[in-house]
Design a protein. Structure first.
Length: 217
């Protein structure tokens, strides 16, 4: 994941990291720093994260943190890019799985990935794909990249006809689901099952109301 992250500079900006790890132990050190940052974000949210906290949690010096990350915002953006890498590696293939025979099943696969990331990916429930700290134009946001991959999976298999509203409707559905997932984990570490189920069903219902129930589902 880390190597992929380093090869994905942000649009219109210099490379994300100050120094790219060229040795295996440097890559491990970077991964440890990101894991530590994710752990802090999980515990206290992204707003209060500091580079000093990352160093302490990783058992590293502050100089080691600054070797890779010039400030806390770059740490957060690096975590966001790592989440996007995981989506590319795990989420996107799920959209094209043989069991996803309708557009609704493609969307459900995306919703399931999103809900699972809340549960298993440290820091994701606070930061998600990083749009909360991203000042780039909307079209370059990581959420837009995720939406585009869902739309591509639907349109490439001719499960729905593409139009200008499709991406917007998918994004609205994901946003509805996201808001309910945030509530699901607001007071319970394991998540409130009622809100987790509502996150999926509300997003599905929103799209079915627009496009109708697909045949065979």
């Amino acid at each position: 994941m880390t190597t992929h992250l380093l090869n994905r500079p942000l649009e219109g900006q210099p490379a994300l990291l100050r120094n790219e790890p060229v040795q295996a132990r440097s890559a491990v050190r970077l991964t440890n720093l990101l894991d530590a940052a994710a752990s802090v974000v999980h515990d206290i949210g992204f707003e209060r994260l500091t580079t000093a906290m990352v160093a302490e949690r990783a058992g590293s010096s502050i100089g080691t943190v600054y070797r890779y990350f010039p400030d806390r915002l770059v740490v957060l953006r690096a975590l966001s890019m790592r989440s996007l890498d995981r989506w590319d590696a795990e989420g996107v293939p799920a959209l094209s799985a043989s069991s996803a025979g309708t557009w609704l099943e493609v969307v459900t696969a995306a919703l399931d990935y999103w809900a699972d990331a809340f549960a298993r990916e440290s820091g994701f429930r606070s930061l998600r794909f990083g749009d909360v700290v991203d000042i780039r134009p909307r079209e370059s946001h990581n959420n837009a990249i995720v939406v585009d991959s869902i739309v591509a999976a639907i349109v490439s298999r001719e499960l729905l006809e593409t139009d200008e509203a499709l991406a917007l409707n998918i994004e609205v559905a994901l946003s509805l689901s996201d808001a309910l997932l945030v509530r699901a984990y607001a007071f319970e570490e394991a998540g409130d099952a009622r809100f987790i189920q509502a996150a999926r069903s509300t997003a599905q219902a929103y799209l079915v109301d627009i496009y109708g129930q697909p045949s065979g589902s």
